[in-house]
Design a protein around this ligand. Structure first.
Ligand SMILES: [Fe+2]
Ligand SMILES: [Fe+2]
Ligand SMILES: [Fe+2]
Length: 425
């Protein structure tokens, strides 16, 4: 049974004031993660696009920056192999790749406040000569902001193809490659920006690109805040979807954990503000998993201690991805600590009992329940009764016994509600 998360949970009076730039830059870091720490694709495109937007008229700088930060989010269901992005021939021939601007726009427009950002993303592979995709728009039909993304994206592709060429040679290649794609004023703005003292060298360094993104947030997005629960929930569901797409058969896991955690928080009598933080932490609890190799997440059978190490280490990545979001410290702490065990044998810090945030103790139970009752690539879903049995056996060692006591009847109700539904499916 899928319950839309916007209907979940009591009404919170908590004031909400979260920088959209912080949230989208964090999402970009998750999209850009590579084990080798390459120059981030979305980060570099965003740094260049924002600088270009400052030289162009009739363009929304913040929306252009946001769109660049997440422009390839529609590729998230593909295995995380960025080498595919750079092969333009391949892009033209693969249906999934050709549809990614539309898929990305559809994801972003689930947050109504970002509808302008979704429009920019939709056209980021259109060419002014009409040879782009997905719709083959031409000329002025392609908005300036989308052309800026096209230019910046092409620069990133060229840098990956060619290494780090001399600036003069690079500018020549950029002019030639982008001529059919964007209008002359956009190309001129891009060439001018690339020629600014020191900027090209900054684009070649992962650390400098991160610095450029951070300073761009300060310049164009410092006063742009998400202030409603619905917007933040919508944005964090994007994090959840990107995370779950990283492993097979995990679509919907983070949202289900968030929704179950809300019910359990209410069952143990937590206040609405705390419950909202737990819902958000549920969306975010697995973001560090994108740093765990997909093959390991999909591996059948029990994992060795050596194989479990990166999975246990995901909390460190979760903290690194989320800590730059100012105002989300409590939510981040709940997400990071969901692998702690009640007896102190968990990770990452070995917290015990009530040292572990109550939200983390709730999410740990809902996470385990959802994992057990979901199908995995190597096994069928377990029965609810078996999942409850496993939770009860872990009560006091892995799980908070009081919360397990509250969870059992709640999960039993789900079994009686859902099994007849499943029988008619
Ligand atoms: Fe793209
Ligand atoms: Fe791209
Ligand atoms: Fe999980």
């Amino acid at each position: 049974m899928v319950v839309p998360s916007r209907f979940m949970g009591p009404v919170s009076e908590m004031p909400i004031h979260l920088c959209r730039g912080d949230l989208l830059a964090a999402l970009a870091q998750i999209l850009d993660y590579t084990p080798t720490g390459d120059v981030p694709h979305h980060g570099r495109v965003a740094a260049l696009a924002a600088r270009m937007a400052s030289r162009l008229h009739r363009i929304d700088r913040a929306s252009t920056f946001y769109a660049a930060l997440v422009h390839d989010i529609g590729l998230m269901e593909e295995p995380r192999d960025y080498s595919r992005l750079w092969d333009l021939e391949e892009q033209a021939n693969r249906p999934l790749t050709r549809s990614h601007p539309l898929a990305g726009a559809q994801m972003i427009e689930t947050v109504p406040e970002l509808s302008g950002v979704a429009e920019i993303i939709l056209d980021h592979h259109e060419w002014v000569n009409g040879h782009g995709y997905p719709q083959g728009k031409s000329g002025d039909e392609v908005g300036t902001a989308s052309q800026v993304l096209r230019f910046a994206d092409t620069c990133d592709i060229l840098l990956r193809e060619q290494g780090s060429p001399e600036l003069i040679a690079f500018l020549d290649a950029v002019r030639t490659r982008t001529a059919p794609q964007v209008a002359a004023p956009v190309a001129d703005a891009g060439i001018e920006v690339l020629g600014e003292t020191g900027f090209y060298a900054q684009l070649l360094s992962p650390g400098d690109v991160k610095f450029l993104v951070d300073t761009t947030i300060q310049r164009v997005a410092a006063d742009d805040f998400a202030t409603t629960e619905a917007e933040v929930t919508g944005l964090l569901e994007l994090f959840a979807n990107v995370t779950d797409a990283h492993a097979s058969d995990k679509i919907g896991h983070s949202r289900r954990v968030a929704n179950l955690s809300v019910l359990l928080a209410m069952a143990v009598g937590l206040a609405p503000d705390e419950t909202l933080k737990i819902k958000w932490a549920g969306f975010l609890h697995d973001v560090g998993m994108v740093a765990v190799p997909r093959a390991l997440l999909d591996k059948p059978g029990l994992l060795s201690d050596e194989e479990l190490a990166p999975i246990r280490g995901q909390a460190v990545h979760t903290e690194r991805f989320l800590s730059p979001i100012h105002g989300m410290e409590d939510v981040t702490a709940i997400a990071v600590s969901h692998g702690e065990a009640f007896d102190g044998s968990g990770y990452p810090r070995g917290l015990a009992g009530h040292e572990i945030p109550v939200g983390s103790r709730i999410i740990a139970i809902c996470d385990t329940f959802d994992a057990l009752t979901s199908r995995r690539p190597y096994r069928e879903a377990r029965d609810v009764s078996l999942a409850i049995d496993i939770l009860v056996r872990g009560s006091g060692s892995v799980f908070d016994p009081e919360i397990v006591t509250a969870a059992v009847p709640m999960f039993l109700v789900r079994m009686t509600v859902e099994e007849p539904l499943a029988a008619h499916a």
